[in-house]
Design a protein around this ligand. Sequence first.
Ligand code: NAP
Length: 245
Amino acid sequence: MDLQLKGRAALVFGGSRGLGRAIAEELVREGVRVVIVARDGARLERVAAEIGAVALPGDLSQPGAGRKLVLAATGLLGQSPDILVTNTGGPPKGSFQETTPEAWAAGFQALWIAAVDAIQAALPAMQAQGWGRILAVTSVAAKEPQPGLVISNGLRAGLLGLVNTLAREVAGQGITVNALLPGYTNTDRMAELGVDNATMGPKIPAGRLGEPEEFAALAAFLASGRASYITGQAIAVDGGLLQSI
Ligand SMILES: NC(=O)c1ccc[n+]([C@@H]2O[C@H](COP(=O)([O-])OP(=O)(O)OC[C@H]3O[C@@H](n4cnc5c(N)ncnc54)[C@H](OP(=O)(O)O)[C@@H]3O)[C@@H](O)[C@H]2O)c1
């Protein structure tokens, strides 16, 4: 299938490792010019060179970062991104009672405000050209809360409301907006949470963690010209983990 992605331009947040890197790599393979963002500039440069992307160091925990990064990426690409992938590191583990208001605020900035800022900055050019793709990387926690991840459980569900609302506002302008919900996937984040195949595999119907490439395949499809009638959706790549219908 020709995904009709050749010549498109994308901005991928959190693109130096894990899911974001896999998405960036897949888009480059499909002929997209890709800018990747992460904090660790040295690693970002190395990964960009490895996969054929352009590095843009940045920290999404800083107020205003989403908008600034879209503007900087526009300079690097010579155009505003056709495809925007909002993604960042996961928030810290914790129960409700252990979680401070400061931790909630930091999570809100990274998971919500940075995405909102970036979408608002990228949207006008997508509207002007009548084509755009917004992909929000969230989590299965958006649909079924996961143990010990109160910030993720609390914030990600609300993001689905944002995605669906925006999708309906811009559906007539050639722009699609979808949420991608990773299940347990083999990245540094899983190591950070102490999750591996031995501990989690038996709880997943597929019997194993997912691989980032399996997640990135969905992202590339949703970013493509072929997914023009899919919008406002929250789609999990989770080996059958979610039980809700
Ligand atoms: N992997 C899973 O199984 C899974 C499951 C459900 C949900 N998720 C969610 O999906 C997202 C991506 O997960 P992942 O597994 O790919 O995570 P990861 O392996 O930890 O990678 C995170 C990426 O985001 C970058 N990043 C982190 N904080 C940043 C910041 N403040 N500003 C800019 N870039 C930042 C990291 O680079 P730097 O550290 O250099 O900034 C890295 O490139 C996370 O929100 C995670 O919670 C993952």
